[in-house]
Design a protein around this ligand. Sequence first.
Ligand code: BTN
Length: 321
Amino acid sequence: MTVYEILRVLADGKFHSGEELGQALGVSRTAVWKHLQKLDDLGLEAESVKGRGYRIEGGVDLLDAEVIWKALPADIKPLLSVLDVFPDIGSTNHFLMSEKTGSGEVCLAERQSSGRGRRGRLWVSPFARNIYLSVSWSFNGGAQALEGLSLAIGVAVIKALEGLSVVGLSLKWPNDIYYHGVKLGGVLLEMSGDVSGDCRVVTGIGLNVNMPVIAAEAIDQGWVDIYAVAGRPIERNEIVVALLSKLLPLLAGYSDAGFNDYRQQWLSYDAFKGRSVRLLSADNVVRGVAAGVDESGALLLQTEQGLKSFSGGEVSLRAET
Ligand code: BTN
């Protein structure tokens, strides 16, 4: 028995006696009690009331592969080949990069101990509060056919959230999901294989849904979560269904469609358009006015030396203050 199994019973927020929990999980009441102590590590607390048992006040919004699968539209299901949900993992991107090889393989986790962000940063990934989702897809036609893919993913994430009435979102180049100048989520693409032939892309998406303030202390920039933007709670399973319903068709059709189909939409969500910015790389700073993106997804900056384009990589965009 794991603490996660107990949690699946207590997730409903109702009281369950030690005896009932022990019977449901085939262990003694003492074993139940010992496991309940481990909830602390997950940032959860079980209330214990004499004569009534244990409960987690307010319940826990757990991910459920079956619920997600059932809710996916019929035309999306054939695009999904594997749906794994882990209670705890290092990184969903790393799992797919090292364990899977094909298309339509999806990995979700309740918590990541080494969540990867862009530019080598750690992605803060507390238990059962946010979305940590990765999708693997194989392409042929090489890296060139994938130009702009990470930007298109950003558009798909916003469209998915708009479908749930989470509105007012924008994109910070290349693919940060923003809301009024603070970060709601990010996208990390990792590639393996032959850059000029058959390759595989793992798309990782991290979205703050109901971020605990204590965990957020480790975030080194302004942030917001979906509960705050929407002004209401939204179940994470529902968010995952909305995301997969946009992402899987995008990945399946990207070799044919390319960035052209997404560029205008990206521009309509551009958070920095017309603003004075700095583009930082390890050894350089370029100043200019943000002028959208070109057909390949490269950032356009109007600089003193004229219009310049900048492709992805280890760069960071900042507004001039
Ligand atoms: C960024 O820095 O903006 C990108 C963050 C990407 C985080 C997600 S969470 C799911 C997937 N697994 C990871 O380890 N990282 C990505």
